[in-house]
Each structure stands twice: as structure tokens, then as C-alpha cells.
Ligand binder design. Structure first.
Ligand code: BES
Ligand code: MN
Length: 458
């Protein structure tokens, strides 16, 4: 890269940071209907911002819920096209009382910016916009064609993005997708992420008597829905930490020996890991390390459970129902729909005749991975090496970005995951933060990525 882009980036740090703070101030929580207007305002601001940095054909595309923002620069004739994806929606902020600063008033402490959405995902995708801005400002051109797609529904499972992809295959036609929406392995360790887990999310409701019953008058004669639900849930995993759903592991690609060795080489301190998350011991599927358990093995989690009396004091009652929200993180080649089907059939079988059961299917997403010898990995290594001054490490991740699998399926292109976050940035939690050196190095990495992509295609 010409030194002038580099010095442009260095001398515009304050301006870039101020703009990021403006973007973060939108309360763009996609799951809360009251915030719909804020999500829309954020989209409009982004569209105007894409225009201001020199992108063309910028638009806010409405969907059934939250809009998609698009922009492009297609003047690198004969060069390949890079599609950059990010999401401008964020998770809810509760519990609010655990935040040290108001979640949408970005606060600087040392080299970190604290706010909801700081790392997930506003700060991370904004780095790419600043790279484009810098390139266009200094060179009046970019090494490759660029398209930007910013989603407003990632945190609610991307319910409308697949449809958008299918109806806009021409608009989104590209050679490669880049996404920065995950953590680096550790601070100072540039990272290539080559796999994500998928997800399927269900809710079980166990329904007993038609109303709450006096536990003295009726206790002993009817099934208690909470107890019944607890028993069903207890049967979902065996004592080796494995899910008991028939066929659950049938499609799971086994961990390769190369991956096992790669993961084992990554610096990992179990004590620090436990201290960071505040647990007295780790547990999981027998025979696998923590990284293997969280990156390449499927899991089942109980996200929340409600039922009966939880108010002040004691109330003697047999509740009329109980419910649980259960999700499963899936790995290649498990299929979310298929697994949801097996789960449903299995829990229905476990349900005794003394209660009724209702199952609701929430969102899901396909798992994703690209082979380590995929040609795009090489150019990503070069870009990260130049941006961060070090060779990257290779990881898979346990989280999900459902649309990534659709880029392959619908647009036929691979995705490179270029993490700019850190593992301790409290995503989805109070006091979310973004480590700003990664923002600035990320901007440079994105500039280099475009350069490497152009070279690669020559
Ligand atoms: N940025 C995350 C995805 C992520 C987290 C990737 C950690 C790798 C490691 C993304 O915004 C997210 O939270 N995704 C949801 C998807 C779900 C709502 C369908 C997730 O993983 O829970
Ligand atoms: Mn998220």
C-alpha cells in the first residue's frame, strides 16, 4: 500500500473514532419492536455514510422487518469483486444495572471503547468502510470492485436475508465475501477463522392442569409440569456429556488429526480461561479439549426455563405449565432443520401421557467451514501479516453467523472471516467493548486485503 493511505489512516484516527461513536449511538436492537424506528434511522445514517465515502448505488432496502443497507464501487474493471458483510443491529442491553456506562453512550477507557455493538458488530464492519474511504480518498480508486451489504437482523437469526439474497443475486454477484464479526484468538494474535457452528433453537412447553392448582388439595394426584419438564431435560444428555437425541452425531464431520494438532499448539491456559468466565471447573463432552468442544463438536444448551411461582415468599401451588428454551450449536455437516426434527420427535417420545407438550421452533442457521487449503486463505494470510505485522493463527469458532453458509449456497462464493474482536469483549453482555488498536490495524488489513485480492487474480 502506498504510504500515503497508511498516513491518511493514522492522521484520521480521531475522525474515524468519532464517526464510529455516532454509529454506535443508534439503539438498533433488532429484537425489540419498540426500537424499529432506531434500527431504521441507523440504516438511513449508514446509507448516507456509504455515499459520503464514495460508494455508488447506495440504498436502504426494506424487508418484512428491518432493512438491508447496500452500496458499491465497481470501477476496477477486469478486477474481481469483494462483498463485505456486516450487521448494524445489536443485542438487547439487559441487565442494564450491570453496565458501568449507558450502553449507547460510547465511553473511552484506555484503548477500549465501551458500548453495546462496539465489537458486535459496528466497530468491526466499520473498519472496512474506513479502508474503502481511505483508498478512494488517496488513490481515487480501489484495487478491486467492492460491494457492501449491512444487515439489520443478524441478532434475530437473519429471517429475511436469505430471501434478499435470492431476489438480488445479480446485485450481490461477487467473487468472495469478507466478514469481520468474531473474536481473534487473543490480543496481538491475528487470526483466520475458517469455521463457525450452526444453530437450531426450540422451545418446549409442558402443559398440565388447565389452571394453577392448590398443591395441598391436588398434590399427589396430577403431574407437575415443572418436574416433568426437568425430567425430560435431564434425559437429553448422558453422563459423558453427549446429547442423547437419536442420530444427533450421525452427520458430524470428525475432527482431523491436523486440526487436533493445530488447536493443541495454540496457547491456552485453562486456569485463565476459567477465571475469565468465573467457573470453578470445566465440563463437557468426554474425550475433547475445550477448543474442540466449543469449535468442532455440537452441543445442547438450556437458555432459560420458566414455570410456576417465582414471586416473593412462598405460595403452595402446582403450576399449570412450564417451559424451556433449548438451543443446539451444530457443526458441519449437521442440518438445523433435520436436527430440530429429531429433537422434536425425541422429546415427544420422552413426554409422559400425564401432560401435553407444545414445541415452538425458533431461528436456526447452517454451520460453515472452508478447507484450510482453500486458495483464499493465502491472500488472507498476506493481508493479516501486513496489517498486524505477524503470521496469523487458524481457528474455528463456536458462534454462528447464519448467512455465511447462504453466501455459498445462494451466491456460490466462499467467505473469509477476518476477526477484529477479542475474546474478552463481552459480546451480548454488559460492558461490551472494542479494542481500538484492532480497529486501526483492521482498517489497514482491509486495505491490504483488497490489494492482495487484486494481486491474486492477476
Ligand atoms: N458475532 C456473533 C457471531 C460469533 C460469536 C462468531 C462468537 C464467532 C464467535 C454474531 O453476532 C452472533 O451473535 N450470532 C448469533 C446468531 C444467532 C442469533 C442466530 C449467535 O451466534 O448466537
Ligand atoms: Mn452477536
Amino acid at each position: 500500500m502506498s504510504n500515503s493511505i497508511e498516513s491518511f489512516i493514522d492522521s484520521n484516527r480521531v475522525k474515524f473514532l468519532e464517526e464510529l461513536r455516532t454509529l454506535i449511538r443508534f439503539h438498533s436492537i433488532s429484537s425489540i419492536s419498540e426500537n424499529k424506528g432506531e434500527v431504521q434511522k441507523c440504516a438511513s445514517w449508514l446509507k448516507a455514510h456509504l455515499e459520503s465515502i464514495g460508494l455508488k448505488n447506495c440504498a436502504v432496502y426494506p424487508t418484512d422487518r428491518h432493512p438491508v443497507v447496500y452500496g458499491e464501487w465497481l470501477e476496477a474493471s477486469g478486477k474481481p469483486t469483494l462483498l463485505i458483510y456486516g450487521h448494524y443491529d445489536v443485542q438487547p442491553v439487559d441487565p442494564l444495572e450491570l453496565w458501568d456506562n449507558p450502553p449507547f453512550e460510547p465511553a473511552m477507557k484506555g484503548d477500549k471503547l465501551y458500548a453495546r455493538g462496539a465489537t458486535d458488530n459496528k466497530g468491526q464492519f466499520f473498519a472496512h468502510l474506513k479502508a474503502i474511504e481511505s483508498g478512494l480518498k488517496i488513490n481515487k480508486t480501489l484495487p478491486v470492485n467492492v460491494k457492501i451489504i449491512l444487515e439489520g437482523e443478524e441478532e434475530i437469526g437473519s429471517p429475511n436475508l436469505n430471501k434478499f439474497l435470492k431476489s438480488h443475486t445479480g446485485l450481490l454477484k461477487c467473487d468472495l465475501v469478507a466478514v469481520s464479526d468474531s473474536p481473534m484468538f487473543a490480543k496481538g494474535m491475528p487470526t483466520i477463522c475458517y469455521g463457525l457452528r450452526g444453530l437450531t433453537y426450540l422451545e418446549i412447553k409442558v402443559i398440565g392442569p388447565s389452571k394453577d392448582l392448590h398443591s395441598g388439595s391436588f398434590g399427589g394426584a396430577v403431574a407437575n409440569p415443572i418436574e416433568t419438564l426437568a425430567k425430560i431435560i435431564a434425559k437429553l444428555k448422558d453422563d459423558k456429556g453427549r446429547a442423547t437425541i437419536p442420530g444427533f452425531y450421525d452427520q458430524v464431520l470428525p475432527l482431523t488429526e491436523v486440526e487436533r494438532l493445530n488447536f493443541a499448539k495454540l496457547p491456552y491456559n485453562e486456569k485463565e480461561y476459567m477465571a475469565e468466565i468465573g467457573v470453578p471447573a470445566l465440563t463437557g463432552e468426554e474425550g475433547y479439549s475445550t477448543m474442540e468442544r466449543t469449535w468442532v463438536r455440537p452441543t445442547m444448551e438450556l437458555n432459560g426455563m420458566v414455570g410456576g411461582f417465582t414471586g416473593e415468599g412462598a405460595k403452595t401451588v402446582i403450576p399449570s405449565y412450564a417451559s424451556a428454551k433449548i438451543s443446539m450449536r451444530l457443526v458441519p455437516e449437521q442440518d438445523p432443520e433435520e436436527i430440530a426434527g429429531s429433537f422434536e420427535a425425541y422429546v415427544k417420545k420422552l413426554c409422559p401421557p400425564s401432560v401435553k407438550m407444545e414445541i415452538i421452533r425458533h431461528h436456526g442457521g447452517q454451520p460453515f467451514h472452508i478447507p484450510l487449503d482453500s486458495p483464499v486463505i493465502k491472500l488472507t494470510i498476506n493481508a493479516l501479516k501486513r496489517g498486524f505485522g505477524k503470521d496469523p493463527v487458524f481457528v474455528r469458532e463456536g458462534g454462528s453467523i447464519p448467512i455465511v453458509a447462504s453466501f455459498k449456497k445462494i451466491l456460490g462464493v466462499d467467505t473469509v472471516l477476518l476477526p477484529l474482536g477479542l475474546p474478552d469483549e463481552n459480546t451480548h453482555s454488559p460492558n461490551e467493548s472494542f479494542y481500538l488498536p484492532n480497529f486501526y490495524d483492521g482498517i489497514k488489513t482491509s486495505v491490504y486485503f483488497m490489494e492482495e485480492m487484486a494481486k491474486y487474480s492477476d
